[in-house]
Design a binder for this molecule. Structure first.
Ligand SMILES: CC(C)(COP(=O)(O)OP(=O)(O)OC[C@H]1O[C@@H](n2cnc3c(N)ncnc32)[C@H](O)[C@@H]1OP(=O)(O)O)[C@@H](O)C(=O)NCCC(=O)NCCS
Length: 207
């Protein structure tokens, strides 16, 4: 598929070595910038999160976007019934499953000089395909994120097919044991990868 990330960039692990070859990366959010610069390499070595970046082919010192992924799961046990039903429809024997396998987008940022031209969308498309690739060694049903509770970030995920795990902030606060009076800084969102799974696609073609 022809995209800017596929055609004009190269995916590499984001390590201290990579950072030493690159210009400072900024997505416009100080906490995320600080994570990629100062913590990503250690998270990687501690097996807590794997970080990657796309670098520009014509100038590899430029990081166009960066992200961190980690294994995770959605715990179905305490979800409100309506959400659980939505999440688990078509899952066989779901009563025997305590949690549903997921991959968490721990961090994600697009270089602010490259924003608002579809690169964030391309990046999510890439992750969705990566995780549903038949060569992926472990099963992953959902792509999840603790999205910043801001209009821009939520709109970004919503326009890329992500849904709120909880329909209200109150439900989410109850679920994570967060004080009612405090403002939620992030909202749990998910994308159901079954929509893209090659095994699912070939099965529905055969039926
Ligand atoms: C959020 C972010 C990843 C979006 O990247 P991007 O490359 O600009 O996103 P895209 O160009 O693919 O935009 C896709 C959609 O997201 C929404 N969107 C993106 N930026 C937006 C903004 N500032 N305000 C409102 N909606 C926005 C729009 O719906 C847009 O679709 P449209 O162009 O058809 O209107 C990027 O702005 C960023 O890195 N922000 C700082 C870090 C951050 O918030 N990361 C997420 C942490 S959970």
């Amino acid at each position: 598929m022809k995209t800017f990330l596929n055609d004009a960039c190269t995916l590499t692990p984001l390590t201290n070595d990579t950072l030493s070859q690159c210009q400072p990366f900024s997505c416009g959010d100080a906490d995320l910038d600080d994570f990629f610069l100062n913590s990503a390499d250690n998270y990687n070595r501690q097996l807590l999160g794997k970080s990657f970046c796309y670098r520009l082919n014509e100038n590899p010192s430029i990081i166009v976007c960066a992200f961190t992924l980690a294994n995770s799961s959605i715990d179905g046990r305490n979800l409100p019934n309506s959400r659980k039903k939505k999440l688990t429809e078509n899952i066989p024997h779901e009563k025997h499953l305590a949690g549903f396998p997921a991959t968490l987008i721990g961090r994600l940022g697009v270089n602010k000089d490259y924003g608002k031209r579809g690169i964030g969308t391309e990046l999510l498309d890439f992750m969705k395909l990566w995780l549903t690739d038949l060569d992926n060694k472990t099963a992953c049903r959902y792509l999840t994120v603790d999205a910043y509770n801001s209009e821009a970030t939520r709109k970004y995920y919503e326009s890329n097919g992500f849904k709120d795990l909880f329909s209200t902030e109150k439900q989410e606060k109850d679920y994570i044991g967060f004080p009612e009076e405090k403002e939620l800084k992030t909202r749990l969102m998910y994308f159901d990868l079954i929509r893209l799974s090659p095994t699912n696609l070939s099965q529905s073609i055969a039926e």
